[in-house]
Design a protein. Structure first.
Length: 140
């Protein structure tokens, strides 16, 4: 019985390893804007003015008239592209990647997604260009 349990465990680990190895490498690279945008460690006095979905793993957030950010989620959200409402968790008016979440609501309920990266976007035009670039990379 112990041998069967060990074999099952080894088989499961092998499957997980193979699944991870076959994941598309360009997914993470698609959201790497370190050379084009300023990566943000925290956003203080966060107030969500508006937001716009880009794809199932990223969204543009406006916090003030000229303050735009690109939020990249840790994993894709199937509901994000269809959702009309989101929430963003914060800690004392501060948003921090790796800690705070985007909460997506749909007819099935709510689901939270950790914010992996936040990039500062200079203006509305740059936001449009980044969105077009992400959509183009998605279709390639």
């Amino acid at each position: 019985m112990k041998a069967i349990t060990k074999l099952a465990f080894i088989f499961t680990i092998s499957l997980l390893t193979m699944a991870c190895a076959t994941m598309p490498a360009n997914r993470a690279e698609r959201y790497n804007f370190d050379d084009k945008l300023v990566k943000v460690d925290e956003i203080y006095k966060f107030r969500l003015k508006s937001w716009e979905k880009v794809d199932n793993q990223s969204l543009m957030v406006q916090t003030d008239v000229n303050d735009y950010y690109l939020f990249v989620l840790h994993r894709p959200s199937p509901s994000l592209v269809f959702s009309e409402n989101i929430g963003i968790t914060d800690s004392v008016d501060k948003i921090k990647p790796g800690y705070d979440n985007v909460v997506v609501e749909d007819s099935g309920g709510r689901e939270s997604f950790i914010i992996q990266k936040i990039y500062k976007i200079e203006n509305r035009q740059q936001a449009k260009e980044i969105k077009e670039q992400l959509v183009r990379k998605l279709n390639d």
